[in-house]
Design a protein around this ligand. Structure first.
Ligand code: F6R
Length: 239
């Protein structure tokens, strides 16, 4: 695991952005795995700017998002479809048919999503945030972690964390579809980002670097052959 501690959120976003830009320049038909949430917003802004400056081109890129709430229509302001549209997709030349999200039913549900990723050649770089409880995607801590894409119940702590984006806690979906731990681990590179004090516990388990635990899913990334953790000083516990 390569760990980079950055001064602040902007530096974390820039460092991550540089990695994605290099990947897209090296392989214009890259398959990218995207995350939502507050953590990667700065990274997406970096990518939009790089696109506007003509440094990158999304016309041959394929994308697979990590997860989506169950029960929100794609045009709901808090759906992950909407988030990606707002923060990246509507601002770059990514073809609509190149965009993929895990679905509740149909071809892109469950293992069908894993197969679609495989058929596309596998994910070159998977961007990931970390939940306060150490979750990646919506793979929540527990006795067992699912290997494949599927439906999951969100833990109360995650519902609580996500409530800040909704008018009330009652509106926060309690279920999601998400890549499984195996789906994530099959990406050729993991790019994990975390900023802010709330992520300190989860980040410290990765920085200790000597164990994996299903109770802190992000620790599984320690076994990945090419994983990078980019955090700010607050998440690293430096201040
Ligand atoms: C989002 C996702 C989640 C978030 C995590 C951190 O697609 O998969 O695992 O990365 O909950 O969320 P933020 O960045 O809002 O702190």
């Amino acid at each position: 695991m390569k760990i980079t501690v950055c001064k602040d959120y902007d530096e974390m976003s820039r460092r991550a952005g540089e990695i994605i830009v290099r990947q897209m320049q090296k392989k214009p038909d890259s398959v990218l795995g995207f995350a939502t949430g507050s953590t990667p917003i700065g990274l997406y802004q970096y990518l939009v700017k790089a696109y506007e400056e003509g440094k990158i081109d999304f016309s041959k890129i394929t994308t697979f998002n990590l997860d989506e709430y169950i029960g929100l229509p794609p045009d709901h302001e808090q759906s992950y479809h909407y988030f990606m549209e707002e923060n990246l997709f509507s601002k770059v030349n990514l073809p609509k048919e190149a965009i993929h999200f895990p679905a509740v039913e149909g071809e892109l549900s469950g293992k069908g999503y894993d197969k679609a990723i495989e058929d596309a050649g596998g994910i070159d770089i998977q961007i990931l945030g970390i939940g306060r409880d150490g979750h990646m995607a919506f793979v929540e801590p527990g006795e067992k972690l699912s290997i494949f894409t599927g439906k999951y119940d969100l833990l109360p702590s995650t519902i609580e964390d996500n409530a800040r984006f909704f008018k009330s806690r009652e509106e926060v979906p309690t279920k999601a579809v998400t890549m499984g731990m195996g789906t994530i681990m099959r990406a050729r590179k993991l790019l994990i980002l975390a900023n802010g004090e709330a992520k300190r516990d989860a980040v410290s388990q990765v920085m200790e670097g000597d164990h994996v635990s299903t109770l802190c899913p992000v620790t599984f990334a320690l076994m990945h052959p090419d994983a990078s953790l980019i955090v700010d000083e607050e998440a690293a516990g430096y201040r």
